[in-house]
Design a binder for this molecule. Sequence first.
Ligand SMILES: [Zn+2]
Length: 350
Amino acid sequence: MQFKDIAGQRDVINRLTEIIDSGRVSHAQLFLGATAEGSLQLALAYLQYLCCEHRQHHDGGDLRADSCGECPSCKKLSQLMHPDLHLIFPNAATSKVSSSNIWSGEFMTEFREFLLQNNALGTLDDWYATLGTENKQGMIREQDAAHIVSDLALKSYEGGWKMMVIWMAEKMNTAAANELLKTLEEPTPNTLLLLVAESDERLLPTIRSRVQTVRLRVESGERKVENQAEFAQMLVEWLRLLFNLKKMKELSAQVDRMAAMNREQQKQFLGYALGVMRDCFLHGAAGLPVEIGSGDQKFDAMFPQMVTANNIELINTALNEALFALERNANAKIALMQLSFSMSMALKKR
Ligand SMILES: [Zn+2]
């Protein structure tokens, strides 16, 4: 798959090739968007460009660069036969495969063919029809996650990247997601984990916060965007107060506003905050600006410098603990107030 074979998404693609060229490849990424609109295509073309032995750079034209499509690596990847490319996808028992221990590997030949035949644009329903699951819903399960862990622990066959693509990552069951979380927390060197999902709402916030999101340009719902703006504003108001705990009244009022959201929104908000902190850390370290959305350029420029190697772990832990508490139905005001104190302390330790 080359970028030129993908419809649209030029801005997204050009940003991706720029990042690869600069050598700042993030080991875990989420390609978010409908498969039929090219999210899986984008992930596959991304890998091909990353591994290409003769990357082509174009002056002018709508694509700044693309893989060559000719070198051995390009050929293996375009046929999905690269030994370091691993694929995981939803699967279910069929008339042929009924063992209780099924995983993606049992259907690899069919899946490769499915991708090659419809140019990686086939939907999940198309896949189930191909597979003949007879109305059983597919899933990515513990056995798949165990293979993700063991495949990534192996030595790379070709000495380069070990690549894992998880298609329809939102179909992971909880056990699989928890197993994957461990891999995300302690990545082995030269591994690349690409999650491809149509919606991130069903992904654990703790997973979302550990992956860099590449969002396809076609926006599905406007509510999500609205939420994002609300979250950005709420986050900035909260962060400002954390720098000055003497304003306890204001902080308490802010915590009340956060606790007034429903439980699901509270968790989404903390997931959002985790993502912003992670971006601040990564971009701040690389000296790049981060759009926090405060509407205040001074704040947007200053804040990323507050998140450093000294406190990113403390910040992560504080937010994850609050998430965990909310998931267990703890009192939201108490959990968020506690979080405010630990965040405030963490920010001071930059
Ligand atoms: Zn090539």
